[in-house]
Design a binder for this molecule. Structure first.
Ligand SMILES: *Cc1c(COP(=O)(O)O)cnc(C)c1O
Length: 420
C-alpha cells in the first residue's frame, strides 16, 4: 500500500470489519446517543439490550459454585498451568453431565474445556476451516460465529429460521445453499436470539439433512436446559448416530456466571468420524496454541455440575417463564411490534417492527436510537443478529424493570403511531 513516501506491507482485512457489528459495539453506540442527548429525559436507564443474567438481582448462582471455587483456591493444588485439553476430573464431570441426556456414554476424551462458550466457537471454526470451505449459519444468529469465520477465512452462508414455524430451520433453503465445500452447520438450541426450543422431531430432520449433505452439526447449547415452555430441551447429541455433532456448552447462562469464563466443546460422535477426518487432532493442536480456563476454576467444575440442587434450576426457570409471559402479553398491546413466537427458552425474544403502523422511523437502528434518547430504554437492533427491522429484547432483567421498559416502549410506539 502506497501512502505518500511511506510504504507498509500490512493492511486492514475488510472482511473482518464487515463482521464487526457486535452486541457490545451497538450497546456502546446507544449509550453514547443517550449521553450526547441535549434534551435529556432523566428517566432511569432500562437495559434490555445485552443478555447478562446478572443484570437481574433475583438471579444469583447456586451457593455450591463459589464454595467449590474457594475450596479449590485454598487447597493450593491448582496453581499450576492446566493440561491443554483440561483437567481430567473436570472433563469427566462434563462428559457425565452431558451423557445423562443422550443414549450413550461420552468419555472424558470427548470433552475439551474452554474459556466460555465464546472460546469454544473461536476454536471450532478454525479447526474445521480449510481453504475454500464454507459454513452454514442461522439467520438470525449469534454474531461471534460470523466474526470468527471472517478471521479464519471461512465463507459464511446463511439459512433462514422461520418465525411462522416457531423459528424452525428452513431445511429446503439449507440444502440449496450447501455444496461439496460446505463443512458444517450451526444450530443454537435453546435459541439466543429467538427464544425457541427445537422439538426432537425437528432435530432429527436437521441431523438427517446434515448427513445427506456430508456435513457435521455444531450445536450451541450454551442455554442447554434453559427451557420453560412446552418443548423440553433435547440435546443434538441424541442424534449423533446419524451425524457427528460438536456440542458447545458453558456455565455462563445456566449457572448465571458469565464472568467466570468456563465452557466446553464435546465431540458427540459414536462412529468416530471426527477422528477419521482429523478434526479431533485439529482441536487438540489448536488448544496447544491458545489459553486455557484457570486451573482452580476447572477444579471446581465437578462439584458445580454434580452438587447443584434442582431447586436452583427450577427457581430460575420460573422467573424466566414469568418474564416471558409478561413480555408476550404486553407485546400484544403494542401495535407496531409483533412477537411471532412466545419465548420458551434461553433469555431473549425477537419482535418484528410493523412499519405500516409507525411514522418517522426508518429502520431498526433508528428505532433503537430514538427509543434510547426519548425513553432511556435500550434494545438490540435486529441487524446485529442478522435480521434487519426486527428487535431483540433481553428478558433476563428485574421483573419491575422489564415492566417499566415495556410500558415505555408502548408509550413510544403510540407516539409514533400512524393515524389510520
Ligand atoms: C452467551 C452465548 C455464547 C457465549 O458463551 P460464554 O460462555 O458467555 O462465552 C455462545 N453462544 C450463544 C448462543 C450465547 O448466547
Amino acid at each position: 500500500m502506497e501512502n505518500g513516501s511511506e510504504k507498509w506491507n500490512f493492511q486492514g482485512n475488510k472482511g473482518l470489519n464487515a463482521s464487526a457489528i457486535s452486541v457490545r459495539g451497538v450497546y456502546n453506540m446507544l449509550m453514547d446517543s443517550i449521553s450526547n442527548n441535549e434534551n435529556n429525559n432523566n428517566k432511569p436507564l432500562v437495559r434490555l439490550c445485552r443478555v447478562d443474567p446478572t443484570d437481574n438481582p433475583l438471579f444469583r448462582t447456586a451457593p455450591v459454585a463459589p464454595d467449590a471455587i474457594a475450596t479449590a483456591a485454598h487447597s493450593f493444588n491448582f496453581n499450576c498451568y492446566p493440561p491443554t485439553v483440561g483437567l481430567p476430573d473436570a472433563k469427566r464431570a462434563v462428559a457425565n453431565y452431558l451423557s445423562s441426556d443422550i443414549p450413550y456414554q461420552l468419555s472424558p476424551d470427548n470433552v475439551f474445556l474452554t474459556v466460555g462458550g465464546t472460546q469454544a466457537i473461536d476454536i471450532i471454526l478454525p479447526a474445521l476451516a480449510r481453504s475454500g470451505t464454507n459454513i452454514l449459519l442461522p439467520r438470525p444468529g449469534y454474531p461471534q460465529y460470523d466474526a470468527r469465520a471472517a478471521c479464519c477465512l471461512l465463507e459464511v452462508r446463511y439459512f433462514d429460521l422461520l418465525p411462522e414455524r416457531g423459528w424452525e430451520v428452513d431445511l429446503d433453503s439449507l440444502e440449496a445453499l450447501a455444496d461439496e465445500n460446505t463443512v458444517a452447520m450451526v444450530i443454537i438450541n435453546p435459541s439466543n436470539p429467538c427464544g425457541n426450543v427445537f422439538t426432537s422431531q425437528h432435530l432429527k430432520k436437521v441431523a438427517e439433512t446434515a448427513r445427506k449433505l456430508g456435513i457435521c452439526v455444531i450445536s450451541d447449547e450454551v442455554y442447554g436446559h434453559v427451557a420453560f415452555g412446552n418443548n423440553p430441551f433435547v440435546p443434538m447429541g441424541v442424534f449423533a448416530q446419524i451425524v457427528p455433532v460438536i456440542t458447545i456448552g458453558s456455565l455462563s447462562k445456566r449457572w448465571l456466571v458469565p464472568g467466570w469464563r468456563i465452557g466446553w466443546i464435546a465431540t458427540c460422535d459414536p462412529q468416530g468420524i471426527f477422528e477419521k477426518t482429523g478434526i479431533k487432532t485439529n482441536i487438540i493442536s489448536y488448544l496447544e496454541i491458545t489459553s486455557d480456563p484457570p486451573t482452580f476454576m476447572q477444579a471446581a467444575i465437578p462439584q458445580i455440575l454434580e452438587r447443584t440442587d434442582d431447586d436452583f434450576h427450577l427457581k430460575n426457570l420460573n422467573i424466566m417463564r414469568e418474564a416471558a409471559n409478561k413480555f408476550y402479553d404486553v407485546c400484544k398491546e403494542i401495535p407496531c411490534l409483533t412477537c411471532p413466537h412466545k419465548p420458551e427458552g434461553a433469555m431473549a425474544a425477537m419482535v418484528k417492527i410493523n412499519f405500516s403502523q409507525v411514522k418517522d422511523i426508518v429502520d431498526d437502528v433508528d428505532f433503537c436510537v430514538k427509543l434510547a434518547k426519548e425513553e432511556s430504554v435500550l434494545l438490540l437492533p435486529g441487524v446485529t443478529v442478522g435480521l434487519k427491522n426486527w428487535l431483540r429484547i433481553s428478558l433476563a432483567v428485574d421483573p419491575s424493570e422489564l415492566e417499566e421498559g415495556l410500558s415505555r416502549i408502548k408509550a413510544f410506539s403510540l407516539r409514533y403511531a400512524k393515524m389510520s
